[in-house]
Design a protein around this ligand. Sequence first.
Ligand code: MTE
Ligand code: MO
Length: 540
Amino acid sequence: MAGVSEDRKVPEPEARQHDGPTARLLHRGLGALAGLIAGFSALAVAELAAAAVRPEASPVTAVGGAFIDRTPPWLKDFAVRNFGTNDKLVLQLGILIVLALLAMVVGVFALHHRRAGSAAVLVFGVIGAVAAASRPGGGPTDALPSLVGALVACGVLYLLAGRLTPRSSPAAGGTGGTFDRRRFVVAATAAVAASAGAGALGVRLNASGSAGAVASRKDIVLPSPASPARPVPAGADLRIRGLSSFTTPNKDFYRVDTALVVPRIDATGWRLRIHGKGVARPLTVTFDDLLRRELIERDITLTCVSNEVGGPYVGNARWIGVRLADLLREAGVRPPSKGGPADQLVARSVDGMTIGSPVETVMDGRDALLAVGMNGEPLPFDHGFPVRMVVPGLYGYVSACKWLQDLELTTFADYDAYWVKRSWSQEAPIKTESRIDTPRPFASPKPGTVPVAGVAWAQHRGIARVEVRVDGGAWHPARLAAEDTRDTWRQWVWEWPATTGNHTLEVRATDKDGYTQTSQRVGTVPNGATGWHSVVVSVT
Ligand SMILES: Nc1nc2c(c(=O)[nH]1)N[C@H]1C(S)=C(S)[C@@H](COP(=O)(O)O)O[C@H]1N2
Ligand SMILES: [Mo]
């Protein structure tokens, strides 16, 4: 009887109530919330400030970019394997989560160390500023968004922590005491609202900042190529349900790059410089210069070295561009076999990517392109607008530089390109591979005739044969679709007389050099995966 009613009759003094464990927890929680709000203000204000500099200067993008450049190959491989094209989203979310946790810690700390806690926010600002200023294409002004954001956050935290500081009251002891919750709520709401406004405005301004680039892309009319591709042979696309289409639509084309913000370049201001070792006549060309040259159109299948056996990072498109070898010859470049001093062509993009290709390969007569068009339209921004390289037969990381702005002739001995510094091979021709597209893994087709179909590729050599086997039995020759060119992938199908039960399907291809895919499984690092793709299905 005693406890409850007595408590009601003799209430504790207010200050004592606020000193209880729940009150203390609530107080800390509000400190953490203050930290979060300050962090939010920092990012929102930085986003707005970035609109005055460039989108790449916003702190999460800058820190993310710096992180990507320092990612060890195994982690990159892990990210690509597990998150695929979402890897960048995962990275940015990860950075935001870490920031949120740190902001909460700083917020709680600021409850008792208001000045030091607020000042600690500036440390993050400096980290963001250094990362941003040292990004490719960045300069001292790139530091501004992080610094301005941090200053604002510092002020916000100071203010909010102040509202959480107990007013000195004679009865207040320990860590508690009273504070005016209403005043805190008002200040916090104001900070959130103002930041949200600034952030939203920043996002909009950053988007509209690329209006010139978007307009320049819309204005482009691709001239018809002097050397058109022949039409894709009717029999090249088997049109089997579940099988990748022969030409990959741009919207479905795989995307692999290190760019957190896709560069949006205004084609009218674009310049490409060709220079370096053995370049007798260095060249600078504009986008219009390229369009005025002889354009060629070719079907070429692109493949990423990070593509696992059975993976999705391969696609086929119809490209329009100029012959890279022609331009190089105009600049006076000779391949090593003709006495040229440079054996490596290093392509540089506006976002600081470097991609090195063998000069010999680029000039050996294959259709190495400076591409301006992809499947009948100017290159999409994601795929390198306004100009990218495409070299049949070489993995993308040693040939397919997007958002190109510079070509330098040098040697493999003198220079390691971006991925080579990260333990990938200097040279990497595409390996002969094949993939089962249908049936899908763990599908359950009915017994009877089941088409097993997929694609095989050995760019610049061509596919000669594809074979399929079931449960490790004899190899059956698949029917090959018509060949478009030896630079494109080739579809295949085998009509499988499927019987009830669980079965393992395996595929292997043989290229026109007579090489049959090895069964030996190796990973993607350092120059491409090998092994047979297999799919387990249960026929019921
Ligand atoms: N600027 C730039 N170009 C780049 C890359 C990059 O990260 N940055 N990645 C390369 C890699 S590894 C591949 S496989 C191809 C992929 O081209 P896609 O995204 O158009 O399919 O682009 C290449 N060109
Ligand atoms: Mo790649």
